[in-house]
Design a protein around this ligand. Structure first.
Ligand code: JD8
Length: 262
């Protein structure tokens, strides 16, 4: 996968050299380039922002450097070998929520191009113009306010890179995790069996794989009911068996009778 990132703070993306993402880059699975938006300015002050039309606080990113950056990284003329245009991703608090499903979708792309805004964001015409020649997605990390898109790119690339073939050593751990089942995961423990007076639950030391699986399922349901009732409400009721419903009942989670699976 090819990834280009444009930012006025390219040094903010330095962590992408580290750990598993760095390894994917070294292995050639990920061809990542970070670009300084100011390299597409032409004035002595390398200006990227100006005051907002209509008034209001702060500054808005001017369209011209962004237009040149996107022209350079997503040329309108298809290359002779027929390579496709990138998918343009623009982090924004007004974007579509980033989810594991979107991570899977992005992991299937051959070329991602991230535009990191700062200040009050990027002139809307940059996105409107880009949308006339490539797929554009405004994406949000969640309902809180960041200074800019750089941290969102770090998060999105970490989620996407680990889905690329050959990046995660143990492929089996991919489908076992939270959000694959629509439930939070049960807590995990390792040695020693007793630590500072806190014991590892007896069931996990029992060697009874059936009891262990049931205990983990109950913990996942109980935690999800307490912390993420939205996830439980979104579950297909048919995916909950009798013992699931008993666990949820003990957790005080209301299950409407008509939603109860047979
Ligand atoms: C990009 C500029 C800041 C945005 C005024 C101060 C994502 N989940 C998320 N929260 N915030 C962002 C985000 C914030 C950004 C930019 C992403 C570019 N800002 C501005 C408009 C209102 N603030 C985000 N993904």
């Amino acid at each position: 996968m090819r990834v280009d990132v444009v930012s006025i703070f390219p040094e903010y993306l330095a962590p992408l050299d580290l750990s598993l993402i760095g390894r994917a880059r070294a292995a050639g699975t990920l061809r990542l380039a970070v670009h300084d938006l100011r390299s597409w300015t032409h004035d002595v002050h390398r200006t990227v922002d100006d005051t907002p039309y209509g008034g209001g606080p702060g500054m808005v990113m001017r369209p011209e450097p962004w237009g040149e950056a996107l022209d350079a990284l997503a040329p309108a003329e298809l290359a002779p070998d027929g390579v496709t245009l990138p998918r343009l991703l623009v982090p924004s608090p007004a974007g579509e929520p980033f989810t594991q499903a979107m991570a899977h979708e992005l992991a299937a792309e051959s070329h991602l191009l991230f535009a990191c805004g700062r200040y009050e964001g990027i002139d809307q015409r940059v996105l409107d113009h880009a949308a006339t020649r490539m797929r554009v997605t405004e994406v949000s990390l969640g309902d809180y306010v960041l200074f800019g898109g750089e941290v969102a790119v770090l998060v999105i690339l970490e989620a996407v890179t680990r889905l690329l073939p050959g990046v995660l050593g143990n492929a089996g751990s991919l489908d076992e995790e939270s959000h694959a089942h629509g439930l939070l995961e049960a807590p995990m423990y390792t040695k020693p069996a007793t630590w500072r007076g806190h014991e590892v639950p007896e069931v996990l030391r029992s060697g009874d794989h059936g009891r262990i699986a049931r205990w983990r399922r109950d913990e996942a349901l109980t935690r999800t009911a307490a912390r993420r009732p939205d996830l439980l409400a979104a579950l297909d009721p048919a995916s909950l068996d009798k013992r699931d419903r008993a666990a949820l009942d003990r957790a005080g989670f209301p299950l409407p009778a008509e939603d109860v699976a047979k």
